[in-house]
Design a protein around this ligand. Structure first.
Ligand code: PBG
Length: 336
């Protein structure tokens, strides 16, 4: 019979390993709590948490509330945080981004003091700090590349001096990793690592973030510096350049629509690879959950497992706390 059908069935039956208990034993991808990086929005314009409407469960936080939230996340098993700042003043050059008493600098100092073992990563970009909302200096309607580099480097140095162990440039100017590496080294900050948003696409899925960070461009869009979602090969060039300039870890962003890029980057470079599951990915799952259309916590977990399976070592996600709790509860022996 089997021979007649020409297949391996019935000798081979993959369902044998899908039985209760065994299914769990042979599971390939097992996210750990410490795989999840938790973004925090620290806000200089408020002294109470301000919920972000398009991101249920996420708030902009004054520094002390951010310290409390980080403490709770550490209890859940989260180890690393990615800080974004909402400043109380904006100007053409984004000068609040490198101020010693800037919102991110203050938050980093407080978090470092309170939680010496936490890993603090800071987003380095100008868009939250510029009056025009672009990620670089502008001249007319052009976003200038080279003059922006010095400002990004200044911001990165000031985050590192406040106590960030990793700086994460998200602006997509050419040459910024090298400029930041050089500036850090000149300041004696050679141990501070760079996580470059190497393959960052011009994505519609950043919409809710721009509400949270108040960082929408005042004119035009970001297509002159962020990548075309249609391009995969170009991502490898971006990563290669950033690695040559000194990136220690690389990021792909967004995550879910770009798992092929995550896979190729991990396969090609073998570097610590981070995927950013962005605000729109989070908002879609939360919105469908609120309508009763999807099981939200199962969907968040499945998305995270898929991102890890594709090759990401670490995942930036707004659901980091619940995912870390779930990762702890899973472990071998837990029913699947
Ligand atoms: C720019 C930055 C953005 C995000 C992270 N860093 C927005 C943008 O490029 O417009 C998006 C993150 C998200 O959507 O969750 N500083």
């Amino acid at each position: 019979m089997a021979e007649e059908r020409g297949g391996l069935f019935p000798r081979v039956r993959l369902r044998r390993l899908r039985r209760p208990g065994i299914r769990d034993l042979v599971r390939e991808t097992r996210p750990a709590a410490s795989d999840f990086i938790y973004p925090l929005f620290v806000d200089a314009t408020t002294d109470t948490p301000r919920p972000v409407e398009s991101m249920p469960g996420v708030s902009r936080l004054p520094v002390e509330a951010a310290v409390r939230e980080a403490g709770a996340a550490l209890e859940d098993g989260v180890r690393a945080f990615l800080l974004f700042g909402v400043p109380d003043r904006k100007d053409e050059r984004g000068s609040a981004s490198w101020a010693e008493d800037g919102i991110v600098q203050r938050a980093v100092r407080r978090l470092r003091e309170e939680f010496p073992d936490a890993v603090l990563i800071t987003d380095v970009c100008l868009c939250e700090y510029t009056s025009h909302g672009h990620c670089g200096l502008i001249e007319g309607d052009r976003v200038l590349n080279d003059p922006t580099l010095e400002l990004l480097a200044r911001q990165a140095v000031s985050h590192a001096q406040a106590g960030a162990q990793i700086v994460a440039p998200s602006d997509m100017m050419d040459g910024r990793v090298g400029a930041i590496r050089g500036a850090l080294d000149r300041e004696g900050l050679e141990d501070v690592a760079i996580l470059s948003y190497a393959a960052k696409y011009a994505s519609t899925f950043y919409g809710p973030f721009r509400d949270a960070a108040d960082s929408s461009p005042g004119f035009g869009d970001r297509r002159g510096y962020q990548m075309d979602p249609a391009n995969g090969d170009e991502a490898l060039r971006e990563v290669a350049l950033d690695v040559a300039e000194g990136a220690d870890l690389v990021m792909i962003k967004p995550a879910l629509g770009y798992l092929d890029v995550v896979y190729r980057v991990k396969e090609t470079f073998g570097l610590p690879t981070v995927a950013y599951s962005v605000s729109g990915e989070y908002a879609m799952i939360r919105a469908a959950t609120e309508r009763g259309w999807i099981d939200g916590s199962a969907a968040m977990w499945e998305a995270a497992v898929a991102i890890r399976r594709a090759g990401a070592d670490l995942v930036v996600t707004y659901a980091a706390r619940e995912l870390a709790r779930r990762a702890r509860a899973e472990g071998r022996g837990a029913p699947a």
